[in-house]
Design a protein around this ligand. Structure first.
Ligand SMILES: Cc1ncc(COP(=O)(O)O)c(C=O)c1O
Length: 283
């Protein structure tokens, strides 16, 4: 059985338990991160730790561990799962208290846990792309925080799957914000377009790297919100995340996007991304 980390101890995943009164369980009072590890080396860990700090600060939890402590946990869990590509999932809850009460406890004792998950090969998606549908974005107003309040994301994905699609792009007031667990980038009239950072979407580590790679490759970039109406005419659409990398979307609401196959800008940026994954500067 693979190992989990729980509050300073490594143990079998199926022996790692949280108390019933844990606030993460009762209120979704917790934040998380997902850090990819390729061939034993964490990828963009600093950016993930900065975002973790941002999420913790916003929900008023002091980071219970130092960055070297976190790094040790990543090293131990990834050594226990020696696969080429894995993601270390880590979560911090505000902890368990004697009774269920909404008010914040005076002396928080966060619970911390982490485990490794193998990242599956994505050859089929790289060749054929994703089929995606639009869905109403029913999430709260702080989607910039990586909290475990993910029920609207879970339900949007479930509806997409019921409709025979792979995933959903979430739309509110005519604006397409992001995927259920990924950021949205579109190539509109040859310009790489993606929304500015805002409370409506997660500031994706993958998206930030793509923006840097695109700038270096002199691809025109426009940071503006994407209207759902613009998407059917897009040259290309991508969904990006640390575990999915850059997934081309080849059908939206049953209609082909561009040629209906992964497009040329995706080919170019994906090639640069694959090189960046092997660059030790991107730790
Ligand atoms: C809602 C949402 N948006 C965007 C992302 C992409 O973020 P990152 O590239 O940092 O993995 C994720 C990742 O899980 C996500 O859940």
């Amino acid at each position: 059985m693979p190992l989990a980390y729980l509050n300073g101890t490594y143990l079998d995943q199926n022996k790692a338990h949280l108390p019933l009164m844990d606030r993460g369980l009762l209120f979704g009072d917790s934040v998380y991160e997902v850090i990819p590890v390729y061939h034993g080396k964490p990828f963009q860990a600093s950016a993930h730790f900065s975002r973790l700090q941002h999420s913790l600060h916003a929900i008023r939890i002091t980071n219970p561990l130092s960055q070297p402590n976190w790094q040790q946990i990543i090293t131990a869990l990834s050594a226990d799962n020696p696969v080429p590509a894995q993601a270390i999932y880590l979560q911090i809850t505000r902890g368990a208290y004697p009774e269920r009460a909404h008010q914040l406890p005076a002396q928080p004792q966060p619970n911390v846990f982490a485990f490794s998950k193998t990242i599956p090969a994505n050859q089929h998606i790289r060749q054929h792309g994703l089929h995606v549908v639009t869905q109403p974005d029913e999430r709260w107003q702080r989607c910039d925080l990586k909290t475990t309040n993910l029920l609207p994301n879970v339900l949007a994905l479930a509806t997409a799957r019921e409709q025979g699609a792979d995933d959903a792009i979430m739309v509110r007031d005519g604006i397409a914000h992001e995927g259920t667990s990924s950021n949205l980038i579109a190539i509109l009239d040859g310009t790489l377009t993606t929304a500015p950072d805002s409370p409506q979407l997660l500031p994706g580590v993958t998206r930030n790297l793509i923006l840097r790679l695109a700038a270096q490759a002199n691809i025109p970039i426009n940071r503006h919100s994407i209207c759902a109406d613009e998407l059917p005419q897009a040259d290309e659409i991508w969904l990006t995340s640390s575990t999915r990398e850059i997934a081309p979307v080849t059908r939206l609401n049953q209609q082909p996007i561009g040629s209906g196959t992964p497009g040329p800008v995706w080919q170019q940026i994906d090639a640069l991304y694959q090189v960046a994954k092997t660059n030790p500067d991107n730790k």
